[in-house]
Design a protein around this ligand. Sequence first.
Ligand code: 8YV
Length: 325
Amino acid sequence: MSPARPHVVITRRLPAPVEEQVAREFDARLNADDHPFAAAELQDALRGADALLCTVTDRLTAETLAVEPLRARILANFGVGFNHIDVAAAKTRGLVVTNTPDVLTDDTADDAVMLMLMVARRAGEGERHVRAGRWTGWRPTHLLGTRVSGKTLGLIGFGRIAKAVARRAHHGFGMRVMFHDPYPPPAAVARELGAEQQGSVEEVIREADFVSLHCPATPETRHLINAERLALMKPTAFLINTARGDVVDEAALVAALRAGTIAGAALDVYEREPQITPELLTMENVVLLPHLGSATRETRAAMGFRALENLKAFFSGQPPRDRVV
Ligand code: 8YV
């Protein structure tokens, strides 16, 4: 008799080929109506399943993970960022945690570049203008934006996604690229990407025409971009966030935008997703996207298959490729 297949709860709808594979290989419980799980439903899953295939909308706090009896042994996160999981609590409970790096790097870098172009060239504003029927015709002074090519891009964090942004910006747009990362890469890696290492976040922020955030959300990076650092930015500079909302003090950002301390912001992520600080919704110099960094058919499927690869390795007694805890 073959051993029982591990019971896996998949917390959100996933691309069809991924759901088909997970149903073939595991005793899978899918989320047919795609509702976000509340704490009680997460706890039911932790009590009843061997594994959770979870996402950024699942708040796996220490309190939630304190559930008894705990049956789950692994949290296979669909996504590279895992700040929604209390990893210290997971470790204490003996839970393995995996993520899905690499497969979303290029699409997320594209998203950051798209946001940079949108906010600089006033694309959102232009779209709203046309759709509202307000466009009266071309004129030399209409909706003038800021040139991107040749400007200075400052990257906060220099991991996989930041490097992919640097490559696009330097080799594609001829930008000067600088970065700060507490764990910088070998000099040759930065050189190949045309990126200059700076000794502090402040040095990057002072010089950059575009500041793009690429650090993980940790207790150390919470509100890294606060009122003081926003005040160091050039009044002509733009802030781009495709990392995590927690890295920016959203109230301080609103104040800086209102005061003209910076020229604009382009955001894919927010402090209290899916809530947006209402004032941001009224600002024309702000681009707001609904956490779309990895949102292509290709990447979302690849993320799902990568999470399955981690689950399969774990349940066959191999070390999962993307273990973070
Ligand atoms: C995902 C992301 O859409 O991977 C990440 O960290 O932010 C996005 O790619 C999200 O996390 C899905 O769980």
